[in-house]
Design a protein around this ligand. Structure first.
Ligand SMILES: Cc1cc2nc3c(=O)[nH]c(=O)nc-3n(C[C@H](O)[C@H](O)[C@H](O)COP(=O)(O)OP(=O)(O)OC[C@H]3O[C@@H](n4cnc5c(N)ncnc54)[C@H](O)[C@@H]3O)c2cc1C
Ligand code: FES
Length: 363
């Protein structure tokens, strides 16, 4: 539902509208209608693999369509609290403005439990802006895709896009999981192997007792990589999975490939500074005038949350920029690379930054 019809009318009415009240009443008629919020209606759900569900989402006009290989924040209500996590669309249908996300249930996880076990067709969820740089558009030549677990999601989207565009570059997918039952999209991938010249699939299983169809046992390492592709020269490599998997892939590939692009779905170990003594720092929150005290060794996002602040966030690992806020003054440290940032009026990602000195934040 398009509300209101024209951009000019939208701008004219904006100062007169109470957005919350407008959204409440208009959603009585159409659940994904909203003044300006990017909302999506769940139109279908299906089991994709063990503990893994694919949801089809119909986007309202405020949602920006992602590119293959990108991610977006998904917000749902869990126990009355709006909670946000990142997911990577597995299918993007620009013509019908629908996307699919494929969610693996994490035991005791807030959002994956909600999406896998409770979300039904007709439910409405909020989406963030797409983000992420991993797109294969500028990568002619052979592709090697390395996926572990849920890391298959942005890669299947790139593979599907390449197939739709009838791209001729050979694609080799090495797909790692614990057991065969955990593998997503397996019938489709096997069909591609059978029908698409140049597409190869290698399955690596770490906990499957009985291997079939050329499956390999173990975890990705240099030996498996060399067995699959002995000479990586000319290859564009895409790797996606938990942080440890991405690091193993990076080491195994080394400098041998033409390019290496990777996304980790779990945070890397943050670099606490052994040389810097732990000390309390005062954070002044400019918008409320409140001051809280945190440890200089703690990431600012959890430290401020522990004081009861509700700060918008998504990935909690420095990739989506949802937690960015303006630092008015003071010095922070980037926990990913250890670098100090003392510039005033600079954007700071709270999930991967700690405070080295007292700070004033525009919060
Ligand atoms: C860029 C990106 C793209 C992603 N794409 C996908 C995707 O396409 N598909 C997919 O399935 N996932 C994807 N993920 C992972 C996803 O964002 C979530 O991290 C995942 O679904 C788990 O979220 P959750 O809310 O269920 O778990 P959380 O509630 O965040 O919990 C995660 C773990 O921490 C534990 N935990 C939580 N709170 C506590 C506590 N207080 N004490 C002790 N333990 C605790 C839980 O038991 C659980 O094991 C992606 C992540 C990123 C960063
Ligand atoms: S929450 Fe994504 S960058 Fe901080």
């Amino acid at each position: 539902m398009s509300i209101p019809a024209s951009g000019a009318l939208h701008r004219l009415l904006a100062p007169l509208i109470d957005v919350g009240t407008f959204d409440f009443w208009v959603q009585q008629i159409s659940p994904r209608a909203a003044w300006n919020r990017p909302l999506a209606t769940v139109t279908a759900r299906r089991l994709e693999a063990r503990d893994t569900v694919t949801l089809t989402l119909a986007l309202n006009r405020h949602c920006k369509l992602p590119q293959a290989g990108q991610h977006l924040n998904v917000s749902v209500e869990v126990d009355g609290r709006r909670t946000t996590r990142c997911y990577s669309p597995t299918r993007i249908d620009a013509r019908h403005r629908t996307i699919e996300i494929t969610v693996k249930h994490v035991p005791n996880g807030w959002v994956s439990t909600q999406l896998c076990h409770h979300t039904q067709a007709g439910d409405v969820i909020e989406l963030g802006e797409p983000f992420g740089e991993m797109n294969g558009a500028d990568a002619p030549g052979p592709w090697l895709m390395l996926a572990a677990g849920s890391g298959i999601t942005p890669l299947i989207s790139l593979i599907r896009q390449a197939r739709e565009r009838q791209a001729s570059n050979p694609i080799t997918l090495v797909y790692c999981a614990k057991k065969r039952a955990d593998l997503c999209f397996l019938p489709e991938l096997r069909q591609m192997v059978a029908r698409q010249p140049g597409f190869a699939l290698h399955v690596v299983l770490s906990q499957e007792p009985d291997l079939i169809d050329g499956e390999m046992a173990g975890r990705l390492d240099g030996v498996i990589l060399n067995a699959v592709i002995p000479d990586l020269a000319g290859y564009h490599v895409f790797a996606c999975g938990p942080a440890g998997f991405v690091e193993t892939a990076r080491t195994a590939v080394g400098e041998r490939a033409r390019s290496f692009e990777a996304e980790a779905f779990t945070p890397p170990t943050l670099a606490l500074n052994a040389d810097e003594a732990v000390h309390p720092v005062h954070i002044t929150l400019a918008q409320s005038g409140r001051t809280v005290t945190v440890s200089s060794q703690e990431a600012l996002l959890p430290a401020l949350e522990a004081h009861g602040l509700q700060i918008p966030h998504g990935c909690r690992m420095g990739v989506c920029h949802t937690c960015s806020c303006n630092k008015v003054s003071g010095t922070t440290r980037d926990l990913q690379n250890g670098q100090a940032q003392g510039e005033p009026q600079a954007a700071v990602r709270l999930c991967v930054s700690s405070a080295s000195t007292d700070l004033i934040l525009d919060l």
